[in-house]
Design a protein around this ligand. Structure first.
Ligand code: UDP
Length: 412
């Protein structure tokens, strides 16, 4: 069976828009992934249409991110809805997307991001009879393993989506292994589409200039944590590691925490992080900074000596990749995709478990040895240079063409 190459892709991103500023709420790596991957794909001539829910009254119906990649806002339910209420409006959302297809033509493939979009994508697959690709970003069983259990109905919904996906995209070998261990072999392919990094923005630059721009003392080492504040990301580990370094008299470093709270748990975690800083007497050494756009975030990376990523689980870890692209060593937990990204002892350090003492020891070794820090930074840039959105898009295009040439996976 041969098929025409894929010309039009419908991307579903129900719960969060690729147009949002990442780094707080539900906006993070997935938003960057959808925006950058689909924009790169669109530059190859594939028309990409990303559907997201209108969560404000003043949004235009469509926004062009690139000439060939637009974001369509679908009205479904009241604008302000908590994430937990979104399953209730998924039929309405689906209906809105179908209406758009009726008016503008149907896609050749549907690509769902996150399980809520997977539910919609699965339904659209059967309505339209076109192949369906899933990227989960996180899965209930993975979260449960990391100590964050999800409701059983989410797990059931994910199992349904997995059964009927023509392909499932993961970001790295660790994610594929984890998927097969927790869910077995799916009916469709599993394809590794490693994300990229915006190389033109995230590139090495002068540390002194970056510190000056941020008002940081040029002689005081800077540790950096970037990401949504929630227990999963471990900001407390970064704070305690800083405390350990100060306690041991090994450094006078400052810690910059860039990002905002994510969800109710995130609000509590933010409160806990502030209390911890007070309790440990670190308020002069820790600064909380609101989420920053990528072109400014690159200055934060360049100002840093070490970027800390102490996550409990991480399907990939864009922050680690961005830091590496800027030539900054990364000290990360040895979990998920961080294990693919960080070469222990070469581009940074991988830490088993989340003991702040272990993080502090690894950070201290890098801070106190310029030769190590500089050589890790160089190796990090080299490694990061292999991750481009163009390569990810080429791989995705090949996957779409491949599944279009095969009989569709059927769940019923
Ligand atoms: N991010 C950002 N501004 C911030 C904090 C984070 O743009 O202030 C971006 C960050 O650059 C990265 C993404 O949010 O591209 C986070 O992705 P990651 O894979 O590290 O974590 P996730 O959010 O997917 O859990």
């Amino acid at each position: 069976m041969t098929a025409e190459p894929i010309r039009r892709v419908a991307v579903i991103s129900l719960h969060t828009s690729p147009l949002l500023q990442p780094g707080s709420g539900d906006s993070g790596g997935m938003n960057v992934y959808v925006r950058e991957l689909m924009s790169s794909l669109s530059q190859t001539g594939v028309e990409c249409v990303t559907f997201t829910r209108a969560d404000r009254e003043d949004l235009p119906a469509e926004v062009f991110v690139e000439p060939n990649h637009r974001v369509v806002h679908i009205e479904a339910g009241p604008h302000h809805l908590p994430k937990e209420a979104l399953p209730e409006i998924s039929d309405q959302f689906c209906h809105g997307v179908m209406e758009w297809f009726r008016a503008n033509g149907a896609p050749d493939v549907i690509h769902g991001n996150y399980w809520l979009s997977g539910v919609v994508g699965h339904h659209l697959k059967h309505e339209l009879g076109v192949p369906f690709v899933s990227t989960f970003h996180t899965l209930a069983r993975v979260k449960a393993e990391g100590g964050d259990p999800e409701p059983v109905w989410r797990d059931r919904a994910e199992a349904e989506i997995i059964k009927c996906s023509d392909a499932i995209c993961v970001s790295c070998v660790e994610e594929e292994e984890q998927f097969r261990r927790l869910y077995g072999d799916p009916n469709g392919h599993i394809e590794i589409i490693a994300p990229g990094v915006e190389q033109a923005l995230f590139a090495p630059g002068a540390q002194a200039g970056a510190r000056h721009a941020l008002g940081e003392d040029p002689d005081v080492p800077v540790l950096l944590f970037v990401g949504r504040i929630q227990p999963l990301k471990g900001p407390d580990v970064a704070i305690r590691a800083l405390w350990r370094l100060h306690q041991a008299g090994r450094s006078t470093a400052r810690l910059l925490i860039v990002g905002g709270a994510s969800g109710h748990e995130g609000d509590l975690e933010t409160e806990r992080a502030h209390s911890l800083v007070d309790e440990l007497g670190l308020h002069e050494h820790v600064e909380f900074i609101s989420p920053q756009p990528h072109h400014i975030l690159s200055t934060y990376y360049r100002a840093a000596d070490v970027v800390i990523v102490p996550s409990r689980s991480e399907s990939f870890g864009l922050v680690a990749l961005e830091a590496m692209a800027c030539g900054i060593p990364v000290v990360a937990s040895a979990v998920g995709g961080l294990q693919s990204l960080v070469d222990d002892g070469v581009t940074g350090r991988l830490i088993d478990g989340r003991n702040p003492l272990d993080f502090a020891a690894a950070i201290g070794e890098i801070l106190n040895d310029d030769e190590v820090r500089i050589s890790m930074g160089k190796a990090a840039v080299e490694k990061a240079s292999t991750y481009t959105w163009a390569a990810a898009a080429a791989r995705l295009a090949a996957l779409y063409d491949d599944i279009a040439s095969r009989p569709m996976v059927q769940c019923r």
